[in-house]
Design a protein around this ligand. Structure first.
Ligand code: CTP
Ligand code: MG
Length: 229
């Protein structure tokens, strides 16, 4: 079945504290966004890309990928979930029964992990996400200001959720639309599906699929980019 790809890239990168949004910072000779697109484009099942950009984004038109006929620009929204919903509303769910959503800020995702997610979800007939089991001991703080430990959280069954996340297009669109209309806090696609009572598969990927968030992440991403495929 045909899969549309949504790339939310309309953030400002507040935590990065750089002079431009992090998706436009240099990484191994290209921008972060171009590296992300390069990985996604190595997956033959992905042919049509819906890129959510800030309406006054001056950077994207300067990139060589701006002329790529497989990339369609859509207007981003106030929060990541609004950017994703705007893109979903542009997608014909009959032509593309599945949609894969991937953060522009995750340029190191492995092609083999994307393919594992697609194969696992389509075989199961269920949406799912790349994730890894939590490795560190987890603490619950008693008080966010004081930062003393209240207790150790049982780590059993705790996972880190990454992107890409793959779902049936119409189900995700409706779940996201309804959750946002009811002001439910939505941090990823899976949380909208969970809220709607729909299943989400956990597909174990690799922990090098980092989201570039703070300045120190760029050096790590550059290392991973050159040492993984
Ligand atoms: N994103 C988006 N629309 C928004 C906010 C975020 O499309 N209104 C995108 C970002 O561009 C990024 C992805 O969602 O590719 C993940 O978001 P995050 O890492 O939080 O990026 P920013 O919001 O840009 O960073 P920060 O939260 O530090 O400001
Ligand atoms: Mg953000």
């Amino acid at each position: 079945p045909a899969i549309a790809t949504v790339i939310p890239a309309a953030g400002v990168g507040k935590r990065m504290k750089a002079d431009k949004p992090k998706q436009y910072l240099p990484l191994c000779g290209l921008t972060v966004l171009e590296q992300t697109l390069h990985r996604l484009k190595q997956v033959p099942a992905l042919q049509q890309f819906f890129l959510a950009l800030s309406p006054d984004d001056p950077y994207f038109p300067e990139l060589s990928v701006a002329a790529d006929p497989q990339i369609q620009r859509v207007e981003g929204g106030a929060e990541r979930a609004n950017s994703v919903l705007n893109a979903l509303l542009q997608i014909d769910a009959k032509a593309y029964p599945w949609v894969l959503v991937h953060d522009a800020a995750r340029p190191v995702v492995r092609v083999s992990d994307i393919e594992l997610l697609i194969d696992s979800c389509i075989e199961a007939g269920q949406g799912g996400i790349l994730a890894t089991p939590v490795r560190d001991t987890m603490k619950r703080a008693s008080d966010t200001a004081e930062q003393t430990v209240e207790h150790t959280v049982d780590r059993t069954g705790l996972w880190h959720a990454y992107t890409p996340q793959l779902f049936p297009t119409a189900l995700l669109r409706d779940a996201l639309q309804q959750a946002l209309a009811q002001a439910v806090a939505i941090t990823d696609e899976a949380s909208a599906m969970e809220w709607a009572g729909l299943p989400v598969l956990l597909v174990q990927g690799h922990a090098d699929n980092i989201k570039i968030t703070q300045a120190e992440d760029l050096a790590l991403a550059a290392f991973y980019l050159e040492h993984s495929v």
